[in-house]
Design a protein around this ligand. Structure first.
Ligand code: 13P
Length: 261
C-alpha cells in the first residue's frame, strides 16, 4: 500500500512574495488532503517563507537540489543540513535539467542521494530518456543505467526511503505527456529493478512518480496505472488552482488504494 505523492517543482520561478501567494493558495485549496501526500519544492530563497506558511499543516516542504557535502568551499551551493534545518523532508536529485544544463553526472547524483539520506531526508531521484534515446529504442537501457548508478551502494533499507520519478525528457515542458500505458510500462520496469537492487517488499513500498506535462486533465489517467504512484509537476504547479486540481485527482487513487479496493 503506497500513499500517492504529488510534488510541485516550481523550478527557478517566483520571488519570495510570489512563492508566499502560491503556497497559500495551495494550502487553502488542500486543507485536509485525504489519500495523497503533497510536497512543495520552491526555489532555495523561498524555503523559509513557504515553511512558515505551511507550518504544522499537512503539506510538506522539499528542495530542488542539494550539494553532497555538509559544508565547505563550494561557492554558491547549499548542503543537506541547511535544507533539513529549513524543514525540508524531500530533495529532488538528478533532475534532467540539472543533468543537462549543469552537467551533473551519475556519480555526483549518487553522492547527493546518499548525503540527503544521511541527513534524514528523502531523495526524489529523477530518471528519464531523451527523445533521441527513445527513438533509438534506448528508453529502458537509459533509465536502468540512471537508476543503478543513482542507487549504487545503498542498502535495501536505504532504498526504501527513496522516491523515484520517471520524467521522460521529451515530455518536460512540452505539453506532450507520455501515454499512460507507455509510462506505466517504464514504471513497472523500474519497480522490477528495485526488487533486484533491494527486495520485493522494499520495491512494493517505494513510490515511483511520473513527471512531464502533468495537467489536471491527464493526472487521473496517468495515475490510474498501477505502478504510477503520483506526479512530479512543473509548469502546472505554478497555478494554485491547477496544482490543487492535480492533487485532488491523484487523491482519488489514494482513497481507493487506502481502502484496499
Ligand atoms: P512540466 O510539468 O512543466 O512538464 O515539468 C516537469 C518537471 O520537470 C517536473 O520536475
Amino acid at each position: 500500500m503506497r500513499t500517492p505523492l504529488v510534488v510541485a517543482n516550481w523550478k527557478m520561478n517566483g520571488t519570495v512574495a510570489e512563492a508566499r501567494a502560491l503556497a497559500a493558495g495551495v494550502r487553502d485549496g488542500l486543507r485536509r488532503p485525504r489519500g495523497v501526500e503533497v510536497v512543495l519544492c520552491p526555489p532555495f530563497t523561498a524555503l523559509g517563507a513557504v515553511r512558515e506558511l505551511l507550518a504544522a499543516g499537512p503539506i510538506a516542504l522539499g528542495a530542488q537540489n542539494s550539494h553532497w557535502e555538509a559544508a565547505g568551499a563550494f561557492t554558491g551551493e547549499i548542503s543537506p543540513p541547511m535544507l533539513a534545518e529549513l524543514g525540508c523532508r524531500y530533495v529532488l536529485v538528478g533532475h534532467s535539467e540539472r543533468r543537462k544544463e549543469f552537467g551533473e553526472t551519475d556519480e555526483q547524483i549518487n553522492r547527493k542521494v546518499r548525503a540527503v539520506l544521511a541527513t534524514g531526508m528523502a531523495p526524489i531521484l529523477c530518471v528519464g530518456e531523451t527523445a533521441e534515446e527513445r527513438a533509438q529504442g534506448l528508453t529502458f537501457t537509459t533509465v536502468e543505467g540512471q537508476l543503478r548508478a543513482g542507487l549504487a551502494g545503498l542498502a535495501a533499507a536505504a532504498i526504501g526511503f527513496c522516491v523515484l520519478a520517471y520524467e521522460p525528457v521529451w515530455a518536460i515542458g512540452t505539453g506532450q505527456h507520455a501515454a499512460p500505458a507507455q509510462a506505466g510500462e517504464v514504471h513497472g520496469y523500474l519497480r522490477g529493478l528495485l526488487s533486484e537492487l533491494a527486495t520485493k517488499e522494499v520495491a512494493q513500498r517505494v513510490r515511483v512518480l511520473y513527471g512531464g506535462s502533468v495537467k489536471p486533465d491527464n493526472a487521473a489517467a496517468l495515475t490510474a496505472e498501477p505502478d504510477i504512484d503520483g506526479a512530479l509537476v512543473g509548469g502546472a504547479s505554478l497555478s494554485p488552482q491547477g496544482f490543487v486540481a492535480i492533487a485532488k485527482k491523484v487523491a482519488h487513487k489514494g482513497v481507493t488504494v487506502l481502502r484496499g479496493d
